[in-house]
Design a protein around this ligand. Structure first.
Ligand code: NAD
Length: 483
């Protein structure tokens, strides 16, 4: 192979430089053909006054090579510093986060010897937009965004990944018994796309019981596809119960670019002491080699690493008397892996990657559905109010509907408190009044503005509105009371 693939690397902070040097030594000894560009990110860049932790010039390298091997960075304490990971993922459109959680029993202690789970986490949506508000003395709010194209991309990616990597089953977790519209859409799209992959099993779990099952019987899962927040939490749980977060790498994949890293942080207390385990970043680098098509190199490196683990050459974090043979530092571990290049493990299954066994993004092949007919049928008006009981508020707001709107209900934190509320219900200062167009009719913007004007003139502090739309006649909003 003579063609070198250009990649961008960053040595990061804390243990970053040591584990990056070790990782590069290993993959180059494995025959990786790379043209390496280095950029600076992290603590120094933050402290130099750049709140994103990355200099504008570094983007130029990332946009050119489109492949980023990144060591962990330290995010300085205190406000104003944005998460570089979130910025990189969203700016480069890295919508899929792939995190294998694999047990290396009996060489690394775990309660789950057979565990081998791939978590595919959605990377761009959910609450990670960080869109939050405070509108009253008492209440704060965050927006959870789940879109059809965002979900189609990640779910299709999970099925394609499963197929390309000879996996058998894709499982989805969500909470659509409560979040019927957002998580409901994720579940619905999972079912739609699963039907296009009849060669793969699929199953759906509510996230609470699914997580309990994952922590208790991880062997029951194969590929998991999860919305962003559940994926964030459960991929750390999965890595930890597989053996150690220090052994896990991750890939962030988009249609044009990809980033590879360890899942752990910069462990500042271990920095500069030749102690850290480079395995997490090395696992990220193996995912990178697969992604850029250097499949044989990936297998050679992975097998040499497995043999090293199997031979009991362990860094302090996984060293165990009686199981391990030699406690080594970062650079000695790297040398041990290099010395085993060309060998394969004896007990652990050797790595074999098919030609397509990579982490390539899949262009969303789903055709856009015909747009549905959207009609405005009402409005939820949110109020900051502390002046009395729910019945007082309901009775007063009911007089403000005018000719076109009818007050259907008043809610506090999702509970109907008017009409027929219970005196026991705890109420905050954050109220929601649901007005529907009279006689099952429709609204226009003018009706909403007139209603708001009346509410304002009656002296109420309205703090936001949410429009209630039907799509092809079906409600696109959470249900109110039966009426
Ligand atoms: P951490 O992952 O850095 O460390 C947690 C624990 O694991 C520590 O006890 C550490 O000693 C140990 N550990 C981590 N990696 C290890 C390795 N390779 N070998 C041996 N032991 C290892 O998490 P933290 O202490 O919460 O965070 C430290 C810094 O890292 C923070 O500034 C945080 O913002 C940052 N961080 C960065 C990333 C990233 O860049 N992707 C991810 C997580 C945290």
């Amino acid at each position: 192979m003579t063609n070198k693939t250009p990649i961008t690397i960053a040595y990061g902070d804390g243990i970053g430089p040591e584990i990056m040097r070790a990782t590069l030594d290993i993959i180059m000894a494995g025959g990786a053909q790379l043209d390496i560009e280095e950029i600076e990110i992290g603590e120094k860049v933050y402290l130099a006054g750049n709140p994103s932790g990355i200099a504008p010039s570094a983007w130029e390298s990332l946009r050119r090579t489109r492949v980023f091997l990144k060591a962990p960075i330290t995010t300085p304490q205190g406000g104003g510093y944005k998460s570089l990971n979130v910025t990189t993922r969203t700016a480069l459109g890295l919508y899929a986060n792939v995190r294998p959680a694999v047990a290396y029993y009996p060489f690394v202690e775990t309660k789950y010897p057979g565990m081998n789970v791939i978590i595919v986490r959605e990377n761009e949506e959910d609450v990670y937009g960080g869109i939050e508000y405070r509108q009253t003395q008492q209440m704060t709010e965050a927006l959870k965004l789940i879109s059809r194209p965002g979900t189609e991309k990640i779910v299709r990616f999970a099925f394609e990944y499963a197929r390309a990597n000879a996996r058998k089953k894709v499982t989805c977790f969500a909470k659509d018994n409560i979040l019927k519209i957002t998580d409901g859409l994720f579940h619905k799209i999972f079912d739609e796309i699963a039907a296009q992959y009849p060669d793969l099993e699929h199953e759906f779990w509510i996230v609470d019981i699914g997580s309990a099952k994952l922590s208790d019987t991880p062997e029951a899962f194969d590929v998991l596809v999860l919305p962003n927040l559940y994926g964030d939490i459960l991929s750390d749980v999965a890595a930890q119960i597989a053996g150690s977060v220090g052994l896990a790498g991750s890939a962030n994949i988009g249609d044009v670019a990809a980033m590879f890293e360890a899942i752990h942080g910069s462990a500042p207390r271990r920095a500069g002491q030749n102690l850290a385990n480079p395995s997490g970043l090395l696992q990220g680098a193996v995912l990178m080699l697969l992604h850029i098509g250097q499949i044989e190199v990936a297998a050679r490196v992975q097998n040499a690493w497995l043999k090293t683990i199997e031979d009991g050459i362990h860094t302090y974090d996984i060293y165990k008397e009686g199981v391990s043979r030699e406690k080594v530092g970062t650079s000695e571990f790297a040398r041990a892996v290099v010395a085993r290049m060309g060998q394969t493990p004896v007990t652990l299954p050797a790595a074999k990657y098919g030609p397509a066994g990579s982490t390539k993004a899949v262009a969303a092949a789903t055709k856009a559905a015909a747009p549905q007919k959207k009609t405005l049928v009402g409005v939820d008006v949110y109020l900051d109010w502390t002046k009395g009981k729910p019945d007082d508020l309901g009775a007063a707001l009911a007089t403000l509907g005018g000719d076109r709107a009818r007050l259907q209900a008043v809610f506090n934190r999702g509970t109907v408190v008017w009409p027929n509320g219970l005196p026991e219900t705890f109420c905050t200062d954050h109220w929601r009044a649901r007005y529907l167009a009279k006689d099952g009719g429709t609204f226009d913007h003018g009706d909403v503005l007139e209603l708001l004007r009346r509410i304002d003139q009656a002296g109420y502090d309205f703090i936001k509105t949410e429009h209630l739309y039907n799509f092809d006649g079906l409600p696109g909003y959470s249900a109110g009371p039966a009426s």
